[in-house]
Ligand binder design. Structure first.
Ligand code: GDP
Ligand code: IMO
Ligand code: MG
Length: 428
């Protein structure tokens, strides 16, 4: 009985895909359990780059079983495109991919709602979602009456469900202004399209909750691949500037059905600095030449939406919080090479709020907006490190930087990454 979790400890894009791909070698099953095609996970090996949104990053080892569990919201068109793209590049995707019949399905109305409601529901600043229908699909899941799960696509009443829901959604859409450019939904067209998707995905669909419980109880080694980052968690993140699922460690059990008692190791993934895409407070943001330098060196543009990512210094207050929240055992520090040319590097060690120094991460977004980060300055190393393969070979200042991050977060560093490729990875 053993399960490992890979969890992002910042606002996403911490390079979870790279670590999952590497850790897959030591596991039997890799599981995506929340989020959807808002995720963009990158795996680089053998001179090839793969971008994955729904398919687990374990897919490149054909002997390993990949599972998309019930907590994921599924865009069938996007998943089919991804599977076909992988197959065209010689990656095996067959019985090695199971998809939960409990996963909720994203429909065209969810995309419309994502587009229409993001700008309207938060005062002033938009969440800046990925516009992949994620929030609206989770909203319908919780609301129940307008929800369709993957297993429902194979039932006799599927056509009727589509007719009922499109009628209800069209009634709501009719109340929007002409300038919102709403196209009313065509039930017959949507049914035909999704019946086609159902046929294509049929061989992968299974009760993954039962499969995972059987597997973990029979001693299989499970690897859980988190999507997004802990600060985007719907309950514990920077609400409302979050995603609509539990993207911190707390989501593993609800999303997969596997009890937390089976989890034996949690790997917290962090960048050596911080990035964020979309709206919301970001205390250590460097909206200046330093931020641009990091963006250029780290190629910090969204994997899914291509938006420039906001960049800033490592925030140890935030990561200490998310490491505790996720029950993190060890840290993987990624993209350390991006900081190589800086003469000095800042790390946020505490916040100041209303003239008082605080060490905790505020629960209310308005307080987080008002904090002033307190920085400690560390010397840079100003030599390239991408070709190094052992921690001992890193410049002394790079090792000091890692030690300080570890000390501030309160967790040991087990993995250090100095480039996108599988090979550009060091283990302590
Ligand atoms: P994920 O969503 O957490 O899987 O991360 P993304 O794939 O969205 O973003 C991480 C980006 O950093 C990808 O383009 C990776 O190829 C790249 N990457 C991963 N590790 C490193 C590293 O150590 N150094 C550099 N320079 N790039 C890295
Ligand atoms: P990976 O798995 C970074 C952000 C969006 C937006 C907010 C809500 O690649 O780390 P949503 O479409 O989920 O309703 O958008 O969450 N976001 C991500 N940011 N990485 C991701 O995934 C993200 N998935 C969603 O930018 O701010
Ligand atoms: Mg990403």
């Amino acid at each position: 009985m053993a399960a490992t979790c890979v969890i992002g400890l910042q606002w996403g894009d911490e390079a979870k895909g790279k670590i999952v791909d590497i850790l897959t070698e030591r596991h039997d099953i890799v599981v995506r359990y929340q989020g959807g095609a808002n995720a963009g996970h990158t795996v680089v090996y053998g001179g090839q780059t793969f971008k994955l949104s729904l398919v687990p990053s374990g897919i490149f080892r054909p002997q390993v079983q990949c599972v998309i569990a019930g907590g994921v919201v599924l865009n069938p068109a996007s998943l089919i495109g991804e599977i076909e793209g992988l197959k065209a590049r010689g990656v095996k995707v067959g019985e090695n991919l199971l998809i939960s019949d409990r996963a909720h399905v994203i429909f065209p109305w969810h995309f419309e709602e994502d587009r229409l409601l993001d700008v309207q529901c938060t005062s002033g600043e938009a969440i800046g979602t990925t516009l992949r229908g994620i929030g609206p699909c989770y909203r319908d899941k919780v609301g129940r009456s307008h929800a369709i799960r993957l297993g429902d696509l194979y039932r006799d009443n599927f056509r009727d469900r589509i007719a009922q829901i499109t009628a209800a959604k069209n009634q709501i859409f009719s109340s929007f202004k002409a300038s919102d450019n709403i196209k009313l939904l065509d039930a017959a067209k949507i049914h035909a399209e999704y019946a086609g998707f159902a046929e294509k995905l049929k061989s992968h669909v299974a009760d993954t909750t039962a499969f995972l419980l059987d597997s973990v109880e029979s001693g299989k080694r499970l690897l859980f691949e988190g999507a997004q980052g802990s600060l985007l968690d719907i309950d514990h993140g920077t609400f409302p500037f979050v995603t609509s699922s539990n993207s911190s460690g707390v989501g593993v059990s609800s999303g997969s059905g596997v009890p937390g008692r089976h989890i034996t190791k949690v790997v917290g993934i962090v960048k050596a600095y911080t990035t964020r895409v979309g709206g919301g407070p970001f205390p250590t943001e460097q909206d200046n030449a330093t931020g641009q330098h990091i963006r250029d060196r780290g190629n910090e543009y969204g994997t899914v939406t291509k938006r420039p990512r906001r960049c800033g210094w490592f925030d140890a207050v935030a990561v200490r919080y998310t490491a505790r929240l996720g029950g993190v055992d060890v840290l993987a520090v990624m993209l350390l090479d991006v900081l190589s040319q800086l003469p000095e590097i800042e790390v946020c060690t505490a916040y100041e709020l209303d003239g008082r120094r605080i060490a905790h991460f505020p629960s209310h977004v308005d307080d987080l907006r008002r904090v002033r980060p307190i920085y400690e300055t560390l010397p840079g190393w100003q030599t390239e490190i991408s070709d190094l393969r052992r921690i001992a070979d890193l410049p002394a200042n790079a090792r000091k930087y890692l030690d300080r991050l570890s000390q501030l977060v309160g967790r040991p560093v087990e993995v250090v990454s100095v480039g996108p490729d599988r090979e550009q990875t060091m283990f302590v």
